[in-house]
Design a protein around this ligand. Sequence first.
Ligand SMILES: Cc1cc2nc3c(=O)[nH]c(=O)nc-3n(C[C@H](O)[C@H](O)[C@H](O)COP(=O)(O)OP(=O)(O)OC[C@H]3O[C@@H](n4cnc5c(N)ncnc54)[C@H](O)[C@@H]3O)c2cc1C
Length: 327
Amino acid sequence: MSNGVLAFAETADSGLKKSAWEVVGAGARLAEELGSSFSAVIVGEDTTDRAAELGRCGVPRIYTVEDPALARYTSDGYSAALAAAVERAEAEIILLPATAMGKDLGPALAARISAGIITDAVEVSAPDGGLVAVRPVYAGKTRITVAPAAAPVVVSLRPNVFEPAAEGEGEAEVIALAPGFGDGAIRTVVKDVLAPEVRKVDLTEADIIVSGGRGMKGPEHFHLVEELAEALGGVVGASRAVVDAGWRPHSEQVGQTGKTVSPKLYVALGISGAIQHLAGMSSSRCIVAVNKDPEAPIFQVADYGIVGDVFDVVPALIAAVKEKVSS
Ligand SMILES: Cc1cc2nc3c(=O)[nH]c(=O)nc-3n(C[C@H](O)[C@H](O)[C@H](O)COP(=O)(O)OP(=O)(O)OC[C@H]3O[C@@H](n4cnc5c(N)ncnc54)[C@H](O)[C@@H]3O)c2cc1C
């Protein structure tokens, strides 16, 4: 087997996900460093259009697997589809996003193809000709550098960390695979998806997140968090304390038992910065915290900190952002 790199391009109903461009961008750079072949795989529906779109970024070869059985994600179906692409591409390094789907798919694929797995990588490179990945451990307190002991290896990449592939004028060779999903190959069938709410951008892929904590004092004050998020063009997140209190849905929870996010801007309003919260957001590029306690741990990771009452500071921030946007 050659040391080919294969990137899984995740799709949603709306098309290629942002993480698809990131995984493909990281895969192309890694393959170049390794001097190895590079390809991508798209699974599900409308794969022809999506492959044409992805091909414009210069990925040389795209495998597609389209089958009615893959219309909705299942571990069985997608891991079987990816396994077929891994075999065809002779891939030794399989990259996928550490999204909700990727967190399920990665281990299922690794088990299916007897591969090792490195999860939630924030860096991948090949300094000495072999893959090396960096991943956070101990709830984000520190980072470790890991290298696979053997090939193949599945690596999931934290969303919003890797530079996405840029769309250009490229055209990929598209190879349709039809591995076949006979009786019993797919043991679970998704019959219906009950979307909890309409959210414009997935929290894990958002560039800007404004999160509220217990310092917001009650659900009736979260309109301030929402207004600031809207003014900045971002989405709302929350600490576990407010989710447990029923002020906000669990889908908004950031942290160890919620979502891991890496936005360009993370604004924490009335959040203390407990280690379990930091585990989910400390890799954000720029962190702004508002807290009335100058000793709050959130200030240890914040790039900008405002010591003050959220009920004074947030309305002023909203007004300032709106004025800036309109001028
Ligand atoms: C196993 C486990 C998993 C966990 N997972 C998560 C997780 O995924 N995500 C998560 O968030 N937590 C998680 N937690 C809980 C975590 O330990 C904290 O309890 C939680 O993050 C606290 O939320 P908070 O910061 O909103 O509330 P608090 O800790 O109560 O902090 C409120 C903050 O608001 C400030 N404040 C109060 N009033 C104002 C005001 N008027 N203006 C400005 N600031 C004000 C206070 O100074 C304080 O710092 C987990 C805990 C455990 C044990």
